[in-house]
Design a protein around this ligand. Structure first.
Ligand code: IDP
Ligand code: MG
Length: 137
């Protein structure tokens, strides 16, 4: 069993896609282990995207993810990290296949609807950045 942190980013919340995103994971057989709507602080965003600190788009990334509420959740199941990443689609929506979340609902890399952890190490760090241990089921 694996856990992964998923965010429906501010663009996904604005487009009323929270239910759509959760539904796709649930229908696949994955479980929602934690869930909340939250406006991320700048510090939390910088920590969440720590691996991108030196990228030219880091400032935009932090500004965007803090621009409105996100739906933060922990998704659990067998190989949940890879399963969720597959359902999300490629980082650039123009490379995402139809049927993936980004391939169905996004057009630009900066506003690509969802975040999902990319490894067990990232997942552990990211889950802890959003949830306390007693908020997980
Ligand atoms: P991921 O979300 O598919 O894991 P990452 O490489 O971890 O992709 O990048 C984090 C987020 O940063 C992406 O989801 C995307 O919104 C944004 N991003 C990535 N590369 C670029 C870029 O070249 N320009 C602008 N935004 C980018
Ligand atoms: Mg990533």
């Amino acid at each position: 069993m694996e856990q992964t942190l998923v965010l429906v980013k501010p663009d996904g919340v604005k487009k009323n896609l929270i239910g759509e995103v959760i539904s796709r994971f649930e229908r696949r057989g994955l479980k929602v282990s934690a869930l909340k709507l939250v406006k991320i602080t700048k510090e939390q965003a910088e920590s969440h995207y720590a691996e991108h600190t030196d990228k030219p788009f880091f400032g935009e990334l932090v500004d965007f993810i803090t621009s409105g509420p996100v739906a933060a959740m922990v998704i659990s199941g067998e190989n949940a990290i890879k399963a969720v990443r597959g359902q999300m689609g490629a980082t650039n929506p123009l490379d995402s296949v139809p049927g993936s979340i980004r391939g169905d609902f996004a057009l630009t890399i900066g506003e690509n609807i969802v975040h999902g952890s990319d490894s067990p190490e990232s997942a552990a760090r990211e889950v802890a950045n959003f949830f306390k241990a007693d908020e997980l089921y």
